[in-house]
Design a protein around this ligand. Structure first.
Ligand SMILES: [Mg+2]
Ligand SMILES: [Zn+2]
Length: 210
């Protein structure tokens, strides 16, 4: 199962600013290249999930209905460009709520795999792409390969202070997509090489036997 988890603000759409939220459709702007990235990942057979903290709902900055309206439009635009997002997980609780769905907790990731009848161990083959330390921590906590993108809130300077470093740094989601595809090609060639080795070992032992 090929899986990619994506943060939303700062990865898919432009970061709205520190302490700010995307409260209406007018404030939602795709990061350039994102729609292409989502199409490529879809064509490559990835299941794409969004995992996003939206505490602005708990704070009453915008309603759940507004959030759903923004999401519907986002999904429509993604589909129109040939991409497909399997599911969007939002945590709409306060940061102090102690819920399992707020990053860096991994409740959403666990749920995504449960829905696909897989355990959390599958996360080790998955990727997590985000623009903050909290995203990288989330991916790390779940066991994913992590990619930090510079299209959002934090940059390389922030990264110096992080306890957990990302596996990769990319300019944006489009560049992260290249990394994901390359990693997968590498993995499948390693698998092929292993399979060939097993075959030649078998052949050799057969030759010995005869
Ligand atoms: Mg973000
Ligand atoms: Zn929550």
């Amino acid at each position: 199962m090929k899986v990619v988890f994506l943060d939303r603000d700062g990865v898919i759409n432009e970061f709205p600013g520190n302490g700010k939220y995307v409260t209406k459709l007018k404030e939602f702007h795709f990061v350039p290249g994102t729609l292409d990235a989502l199409r490529i990942l879809t064509q490559e057979g990835y299941s794409i999930y969004i995992v996003s903290n939206q505490a602005g709902v708990a704070k009453g900055v915008y309603s759940k209905q507004k959030l759903e309206h923004i999401t519907r439009n986002m999904l429509r635009d993604v589909r129109a460009m040939g991409g497909r997002i399997k599911k969007v997980f939002y945590c709409t609780h306060f940061s102090h709520a102690g819920c399992e769905c707020r990053k860096p907790e991994i409740g959403a990731i666990r749920q995504a795999f449960e829905l696909a009848n897989k355990t959390i161990h599958s996360a080790q083959k998955a990727f997590f792409v985000g623009d903050t330390e909290s995203d990288i921590l989330t991916g790390h906590n779940a066991g994913c390969t992590t990619i930090f993108v510079l299209s959002g809130r934090e940059d390389r300077r922030h990264m110096r202070g992080w306890k957990i470093k990302p596996d990769y740094v990319a300019r944006d989601l489009l560049e992260a997509t290249d990394i994901i595809n390359e990693r997968n090609l590498l993995r499948s060639s390693q698998r092929k090489r292993r399979a060939l080795t097993v075959k030649s070992v078998r052949r050799r032992s057969n030759e010995k036997a005869s």
